[in-house]
Design a protein around this ligand. Sequence first.
Ligand code: 7RM
Length: 636
Amino acid sequence: MLSKINTLSGYLYEYQKSIANPEDFWDSVAQQFYWRKTWDKVVDWNFDNLDVKWFINGKVNITENIFEKNLFMLGDKPAIIFEANDPNEPTVTLTYRQLYEKVSQFANVLLANGIRKGDRVAIYIPMVPEAAIAMLACARIGAIHSVVFAGFSASSLADRINDAEAKMVITSDGNYRGAKSIEVKAVVDEALETCSSVQKVIVLERTKTPVTMKEGRDIWWHDAIKGVATENKAEEMDSEDMLFILYTSGSTGKPKGVVHTTGGYMVYTAYTFRNVFQYEPQDIFWCTADVGWVTGHSYIVYGPLLNGATVVMFEGVPTYPDVDRFWDVVEKHKVTHLYTAPTAIRALMAYGTEPIQKHDLSSLKVLGSVGEPINEEAWQWYYHHVGKGNCPVVDTWWQTETGGMMMSPLAGITPTKPGYATLPLPGIQPIIVDNEGNELKGNNVEGNLCIKFPWPSMIRTTYGDHERCINTYFRSFKNLYFTGDGVKRDADGYYRILGRVDDVINVSGHRLGTAEVENAINSHPLVLESAVVGYPHDIKGQGIYAYVILDSASQNHEADKIKQSLLTTVTKVIGPIAKPDVIQIVSGLPKTRSGKIMRRILRKVAEGDVSNLGDTSTLLDPSIVDEIVSGAGLKK
Ligand code: 7RM
């Protein structure tokens, strides 16, 4: 297990050290891993053309740092405790040795099916241990995994497969989620009609739902592993070789493939896991995220397993078979660390404290929050009712692009404040700038959150389009990484994330681009144009509000039927998570003379607050505002 910070003064000291001399600092953290060959230089960087390298010329395999490094000590320790959707299905526990054997065996399966170092493998699979096994098997042989959240539609999956030119897809027959079961393989089949790069599909049997297997392309997981050796010699990777691609939404266009590389990601996720959560060897860590998101990558799979931790992996949903399921799982597996999203806390809060009182939650030591701003009420409920006032809440701010947690209290060490991610982690140098890029120094300031120095797990590129990566993150403000988030630094120097300042919305902790949702809506044959904004939503954090202009042919249809059919279209193009909560049919949009939509007005209407719409004189047709306001059932 990595060394860790134990006191507040220890944190302050380590932070100072990491800023004063980043190279020495990260050198000493990285020394604690097993490298086939150590690095020649700790870091080289240039934000202008985005060229960042960590642990240069170091040779390493991340899975050797999970398995070989730990096996002697941890062989019989549980690595993954699998809690199925159905609480009556027996728990499956994989020890480090068992996981090692399964990963090695599946690595051999990948090799036998033509996958080599550098090839891309798409993983579209529910929350079962095989998701982690597939990811780690890729890492073992140097293949680049691209996990796609199994809730995305066939067309979203196809886009991701095509962008990465994946050679293989790893999937399952179906997926249990609460009372539903979803036909996953059928989605893959549909996607693959438009993907020519895929040569093989490996299918895990999970729900036994009937599937069609394409001769020569599709293989059952259980057939593929038959008689295959459970040992595999790890591929030697360069520190900067790609580890994975993970697609994420931005303010424009299609989702981007965020690229993370091996050495830096390994060092940073392991370091932050150990320090933020203050994980100790006997602890049971449960992160409720899906492996399809970065939180699942970094804090179900890589960060914890690199520390020899025991993780709970949960297939189901918080409210099945009943609303006390989370608390049932905590009690059953004696979970010490619960890491979840504010949206889940708010959803469970709605059922009161009775479901909690039915369970013994005394195993809990640390509570974590991630994915969106946590409102004070949810924070207090989490702290007092779930943690009984004994468990520090770590509000961890980070992004797909950052690879690991960037700002967070260290559990039990940093004094917390509800709604605040508190202070940057060692090695992280935040800076707040105004819209012109001027630094806002001192405390009591609010502005755009940027980072001015590289950290080991930062984004290296967006797959296949380096320019796009530079333009998205490094062109807004010179020599700074721009996060897209607004932030406030209060009188104590504590940071509070205020939410996105770009056209990205965060629905139940899921990131979506407004343009992405608009494109989906616009693909409907009756739609002329649309504009999508986020608005505050009690449970989801943000809801999706769509303003839609229909074409003239639509007059023969009923509005309700059209709205239904728009929802179906969005589900087909992106997935159910992108379905608008409100659709308002309008005859026009508030556009300026230069054709730009004044989203400020649309946001105000969606919020239901039109008392102060500001200056609308630059609008081409100011009367459209009145129509939209009254159409929303509001009065100015
Ligand atoms: C880990 C993750 C990133 C965006 C980010 C923020 C928001 C995440 C917090 C948060 C306030 C937090 N990756 N966000 N964590 N906002 N407090 N603790 O969520 O790429 O999917 O989303 O999520 O806006 O930019 S992500």
